[in-house]
Design a protein around this ligand. Structure first.
Ligand SMILES: [Fe+2]
Ligand SMILES: [Fe+2]
Length: 158
C-alpha cells in the first residue's frame, strides 16, 4: 500500500462517516419519541468527531479530504435515502448495526495493512483508526442491545 492508496481508503472512511452523521441525525428526528432517537443524536455527534479526525489526518498527510457521495448502499443493499425513511425502529437498528460492523471490519483491515506495509511510521494513523474502531464497536453493541430490548419489550433508557 502506498500513500495514494492510504489517502483513497481514508477518503472512503471520511465519506462513510459523513453519511453516518446524516443518517443518525435524520433518524434522531424520525424516532424522537423513542430513547433510540436520543441515542442516534449522541452517536451522530461521535461520528462527526470521526469526520473531523479523519479530515485532519488526510490534511496532515498533504491530501485533500474528498466526500465520495453515498457509500452506504453497497453495504446494506439499500440507498441511504431509503434507510433514512424507514419507519420501523427494529429494522433501522439492524441496518445501522450492519453499517457499523462494516466500518469496524474495514478499520481493522486498514490497521493490519498499515502495520504490514510500514506506511505508518509514526503510528499516528493506527492510533486514530483504533480509537474510531472502539467507538464503532460501542455503537454496534448498543444498537444490537436496543434492538434486543425492543424485541423482548424490555425497558429502554430515559
Ligand atoms: Fe464513525
Ligand atoms: Fe459508529
Amino acid at each position: 500500500m502506498d500513500r495514494e492508496d492510504l489517502l483513497r481508503r481514508l477518503n472512503w472512511f471520511y465519506s462513510l462517516e459523513i453519511n453516518q452523521v446524516e443518517l443518525y441525525k435524520v433518524q434522531s428526528n424520525q424516532f424522537k419519541d423513542h430513547y433510540a432517537g436520543k441515542v442516534f443524536e449522541r452517536v451522530a455527534e461521535i461520528e462527526q468527531g470521526h469526520v473531523e479526525n479523519i479530515e485532519k489526518r488526510i490534511l496532515a498527510m498533504g491530501g485533500t479530504p474528498t466526500a465520495l457521495g453515498e457509500v452506504i448502499s453497497p453495504i446494506i443493499g439499500m440507498s441511504l435515502g431509503s434507510l433514512m425513511s424507514l419507519t420501523g425502529l427494529e429494522r433501522a437498528l439492524q441496518l445501522n448495526a450492519e453499517i457499523e460492523r462494516k466500518a469496524m471490519s474495514d478499520y481493522k483491515k486498514l490497521v493490519e495493512d498499515l502495520v504490514s506495509s510500514g506506511e505508518d511510521p509514526d503510528g499516528e494513523t493506527c492510533i486514530l483508526l483504533k480509537s474510531n474502531f472502539i467507538d464503532e464497536h460501542l455503537h454496534t453493541a448498543f444498537f444490537d442491545m436496543l434492538r434486543g430490548n425492543l424485541m423482548e419489550d424490555k425497558i429502554e433508557g430515559i
